[in-house]
Design a binder for this molecule. Structure first.
Ligand SMILES: NC(=O)c1ccc[n+]([C@@H]2O[C@H](COP(=O)([O-])OP(=O)(O)OC[C@H]3O[C@@H](n4cnc5c(N)ncnc54)[C@H](OP(=O)(O)O)[C@@H]3O)[C@@H](O)[C@H]2O)c1
Length: 377
């Protein structure tokens, strides 16, 4: 494995909308500190929370770092840049291990091991290469023969879906879960895990031209019922759900739309808000609270990671990867944004302006995308 002199990263120097503030740079990979590991990333998804971090509205403070970058000026050369690499989730491999790592880490790292990037105040994910402290990554000794793209969203989306179905209410087989944003990455995993664990799902999505196509995609994953958000209060949907034991609502939208979903919960049901895609506050009504005694709560998978040991994280990820290996669970659908052209030994980095264009358009595409830094894994 060759250790390159330069890495390439999507960096912001100030908060703002990522399409405006994220710039792609080639940065110098300095000598590896003794207590760090050099990682080569394969892939990194783009999550809504990553956008919020760049905007400066997500509680995940990131320090700024000084980089030596290749200058974009006509004269060329290098310049100093103080900024932050975007992203918070990636899969990569160990290229080099600092001489003190073995003595300060309980993890057993070897060159070539795959790692899951966890979190760091300094390091981030949208980069071809990075230096991380050993506690900022988890080594994955068994990746079940899966590709980086299959594993890429396990830490955030798949684990959130997994935990929310297990930890919020004690569901019984045959119970119904209603969720909005059902076509989201999290939503796709919720549908599949619920089906596998014996629960039914009511899946709320916004209406669209190709609704039928989306409905069949979600039903193909195991969705029982798919409804348009705008039909939630229609007599047909009210009648359809009247006798269904809907005990849990999973909400990534919030706002008045989420309240329409809450009305389908059975008395003493629970709604857990885990995202705020509508950017609207929740207008909980008195009758819902008084007569139906609905519990409103939040869910943040980061809290679960903080409360549990890495051994527990690995146990869950291993379960998820085993289901994927057996073909029982499909990863969320993503569109790859390659930072390279060619394949195999002919793979080479794209021109930096081409990567910049692809990265910028990612933030306005409306699609779920994933940066692919290399296919040589
Ligand atoms: N709390 C946690 O621990 C945790 C963990 C993981 C994810 N999350 C959150 O979960 C949410 C989904 O994440 P993801 O990565 O799965 O997202 P994603 O795949 O990018 O999908 C986004 C979803 O949001 C919907 N949406 C966007 N704007 C909307 C609006 N104004 N009203 C209604 N629906 C809207 C989209 O529907 P359309 O197709 O109609 O645009 C799509 O279903 C995000 O808010 C994310 O931050 C939270």
């Amino acid at each position: 494995m060759v250790k390159p002199e330069w890495g390439r990263a999507a960096i912001y120097t100030q908060h703002g909308n990522p399409q405006d503030v994220i710039k792609v740079y080639d940065f110098k990979l300095e000598a590896l500190p003794e207590d760090k590991i050099l990682i080569e990333n394969f892939v990194a998804p783009i999550n809504p929370s990553d956008v919020n971090v760049v905007q400066g509205v997500y509680p995940l403070p990131k320090d700024r770092t000084e980089f030596t970058v290749k200058s974009n000026s006509a004269e060329g050369g290098v310049e100093k840049l103080v900024g932050t690499i975007g992203g918070n989730e990636s899969i990569g491999r160990v290229l080099e291990i600092g001489s003190k790592v073995a003595s300060i880490s309980q993890q057993n790292f070897a060159v070539g091991d795959w790692v899951m990037f966890m979190s760091s105040p300094v390091a981030s994910a949208w980069t071809t290469h990075t230096h991380v402290s050993p506690n900022e990554v988890i080594v994955l000794k068994n990746t079940h023969g899966l590709s980086p793209t299959q594993i890429a969203s396990i830490k955030v989306n798949a684990s959130t879906a997994y935990r929310m179905l297990l930890d919020i209410v004690k569901l019984e087989k045959g119970d119904y879960v209603i969720q909005n944003g059902a076509n989201s990455g999290v939503g796709q995993i919720i549908i599949q895990l619920a089906k596998r664990w014996g629960y039914h799902t009511v899946n709320v999505v916004r209406g669209r031209e190709n609704f039928d196509q989306l409905e069949s995609f979600l039903k193909g994953l195991g969705a029982d019922i798919v409804v348009k958000e705008e039909d939630l209060e229609s007599p047909e949907v009210v009648a359809l759900l009247a006798d269904k034991p809907v005990r849990l609502a999973l909400d990534c939208v919030c706002g008045p739309q989420a309240m329409k979903m809450v009305k389908h919960l059975k008395p003493e049901g629970v709604i857990a808000t885990y995202g705020g895609m509508s950017k609207q506050p929740m207008p909980a009504s008195a009758p819902i609270l008084i007569f139906k005694d609905i519990t409103f709560k939040g869910y943040w998978v980061s809290k679960w990671y903080k409360k549990n040991t890495p051994a527990k994280w690995l146990e869950m990820w291993d379960d998820i990867m085993t289901m994927m290996e057996k073909g029982e669970l499909k990863e969320q659908v993503t569109t790859p944004i390659n930072w390279f052209s060619g394949s195999g030994s002919s793979e080479k980095p794209l021109d930096i302006q081409e990567v910049q264009n692809a990265v910028t358009s990612t933030f306005t595409s409306g699609r779920k995308e994933i940066f692919v830094f290399t296919n040589n894994y």
